[in-house]
Design a protein around this ligand. Sequence first.
Ligand code: SAH
Length: 400
Amino acid sequence: MNTEIAGHVLLKPKRAQPFYGRHPWVFVGAIDTVQGTPPDGAVVDLRSSTGNFVARGLFNSQSKIRVRLYSWDEQQPLDDAFFQAKLDRALALRRDLLQFTDSPETAYRAVFSEADGLSGLVIDRYGSWLTVQFTALALAQRQQMFARLLMQWPGVRGIYLRTEKGIGQLEGAELRDGLLAGEPPPADLSIVEHGLRFQVNLTEGQKTGYYLDQRENRQVVAHYAVGRRVLDAFCYTGGFGLACARAGAASVECVDASVPALQIAQASAERNGLGNLVFTHADVFHYLNDLVAARKQFDLIILDPPKFARNRAAVPKAFQGYRKLHQQALKLLTPNGVLVSCCCTGLISATEFEELVAQVATSSGRDVQLLERRGPAADHPVALACRETGYLKCLISRVS
Ligand code: SAH
C-alpha cells in the first residue's frame, strides 16, 4: 500500500484535544476541511485548526469515523514495518506478560483493535488458527499485508476472515467470510479453558467462534456454584454452565435461542463427561416468564445477553431489556442467591449498569450486596485513551 501522505485533515477550532489525548476516532463533525483528495484508505495527517501536526491516520470518506489515527509521531510512516511492530507488541502482551502458550488448545484474543493501537482490527487465536475481523476499510484494504505478517507468527497454520454484521454499511468495506491464508481450520477444532474442552466453530460460530472475554469470569462464577441450582441464561456454547457443572453445581440449566450453539454446548458437555446439565432452546425473555409462572427457583443465575445497543438511539430500549431480565431473574432467585449480571453494551457505562441493578433490587424489595465488579480478561485490555474499549461489565452479587 502507498504510504505517502495523501492529504491533510484540518480540525475545527477547539476540537483537537481528544486527539492530542490519543483518541483514535476522528468523526466527521470535528473536521473543518480536507486538503488534497485522499482516496479511501490512504494515509492522511490530522492537523489542528492552526495547522500543527496532531497525528497520522487512514482516511475513509464512507465512514462517520472519517480518520482513524495510528501514530502521533510525525516522522513515522504507516508502512508494513509500522504495522508489524504493532502486531508484535500485541502478541508480546499475550505471550510474554500474560503467558499464553502456542499450544494447539490455547485460545486468546491476540489483537483488540483500539486497545492495541490498531483501530479496526480484531484477531482471535484458537490454537494454530487465527480469526481476523476488519472493522475499518483501510485495514481491510491491507489484508494481504496483515495475512503475510500473521502467517509468520509462531505456530500459525491458517487465517480465517470473519466479517461483522453491518460493516459494509458503516465502512463501505465489501468483505466476505473465508480463508485468508494457509490451511482451513478443521471442523472439529476445540480449545481448552481452565481444564474444560470446548468445541469451537470458527467458520460459522457467533462473534469469532467463542466468547473469550468471559474466560476468567466463568472460572470465578464457577466457585459460587458448588451445590447450587444454576440457570445460565444466554449460554451460547455453554461457557458458564459447563464451568459451574464441573465445579459441583447441584444442577445447571442452559438457555439460548440458537440451536447450533446449544448443539455445540451439549456436545462439549458430553465430551467433558458432565451429566448434570439440561439445555433449553428458548427466547430467554419469554422463558423467564414461564419459569416465574411455574414458580421455579434457582440459587445462582447468570445473565449474559448479547449487545443490546449499537448506537445511542437504541440505548433506552437496551436499558428496558436489562431491566426486564433483572426483574424476572430476581423473582427466580432464592434468598441469598447469587446473581451474575453481564453487560457488553459499551454505550452503557459501569456506573449506569450498577444503578440499573440497584433500581431493580429496590423495586423488588431485595438487598443486593455487590461481591465482585469484574471486566473482561486481560487479553481484552482497555486503552485509557479510548475507554470505549472497556465494554464488558460483570457484576457478581448476593441477593437477600
Ligand atoms: N454466555 C456465553 C455468551 C453469550 S453471547 C458464553 O459464555 O459463551 C449471547 C447469546 O445470547 C448468544 O448465544 C445468542 O444466541 C443468545 N441470544 C440472543 N438473544 C437471545 C434471546 N432473546 N433469547 C435467548 N438467547 C438469545
